[in-house]
Design a binder for this molecule. Structure first.
Ligand SMILES: NC(=O)c1ccc[n+]([C@@H]2O[C@H](COP(=O)([O-])OP(=O)(O)OC[C@H]3O[C@@H](n4cnc5c(N)ncnc54)[C@H](O)[C@@H]3O)[C@@H](O)[C@H]2O)c1
Length: 220
């Protein structure tokens, strides 16, 4: 039986790409597109869904997730700029959240954690298209917190946010130490880069043994 998937934010840049990816997967069925721009509310797509994928805006992701969980529908959230802790302890179904669904970005964060154990200081430059609503990016905020933990506590590294047309999603972590620097950089040049991660999360969210789970690395 195919997993029935509804998409919140279905008219958006990410939502449209997710709808196409779900339609192209043999084991998944796209059963609903929710978006104010399409005149369809999340509540209308939940009865026919096993999983809701949310790529909306920071102010609606938590409410959408709560509505889905109350209906027993699992949730995969790609929206950034909200606090995942707001979904701690909310029962009904499982929640999976990733600030970045690109495998290369997950590796960039893991390599940055390794480097943080050995290099004195770091700064993060994140660069995104100029329609992105939140700054710093969810990926940069998560990288900063992982680096601070790996470095043994202390202040997270500073984050510089660039917003320009022509960009998609890019991040460089620069480490500095005596007489040397190390740069770790990831570039998403197409939103297709996020789709294998999103589909993996859709297939995995129903089997999670805890919820919410944050970060694609937990599914790899
Ligand atoms: N996790 C990742 O890998 C990743 C990758 C890219 C973007 N993002 C994030 O995804 C989100 C969406 O990005 P985008 O570029 O597609 O934005 P977008 O502005 O193109 O699309 C957002 C869509 O959400 C719709 N929307 C607003 N409120 C809604 C609601 N209550 N219910 C349903 N739909 C609603 C809007 O009408 C719009 O069509 C952002 O938070 C962005 O940072 C995450």
């Amino acid at each position: 039986m195919a997993i029935r998937v509804a998409v919140a934010g279905a008219a958006g840049r990410m939502g449209q790409t997710v709808c196409r990816a779900v339609e192209g997967a043999d084991d998944l069925e796209l059963t609903g597109r929710a978006d104010p721009a399409l005149g369809t509310a999340v509540a209308e797509v939940l009865p026919n869904a096993d999983v809701l994928v949310d790529f909306t805006v920071p102010t609606s992701a938590v409410a959408n997730a709560r509505e889905a969980l109350a209906a027993g529908v699992h949730v995969v959230i790609g929206t950034t700029g909200f606090d995942p802790a707001e979904l701690t302890g909310v029962k009904g179904a499982n929640v999976f959240i990733a600030p970045n669904f690109a495998i290369g970005a997950v590796l960039m964060m893991q390599f940055a954690v390794q480097a943080a154990r050995h290099m004195a200081k770091a700064e993060i430059i994140e660069l995104h298209h100029d329609r992105k609503l939140d700054a710093p990016s969810g990926t940069a905020a998560r990288t900063a917190s992982l680096i601070a933990d790996a470095a043994g506590g202390g202040d997270p590294p500073p984050i510089h946010s660039v917003r320009l047309p022509g960009l998609v999603a890019h991040q460089e972590v620069i480490f500095g130490d005596v007489g040397q620097t190390l740069s770790i950089r990831h570039d998403s040049v197409d939103r297709e880069s996020f789709m294998p991660g999103v589909l993996l999360a859709v297939r995995s969210v129903g089997g999670l043994t805890e919820s919410p789970v944050v970060g694609l690395e937990h599914l790899l």
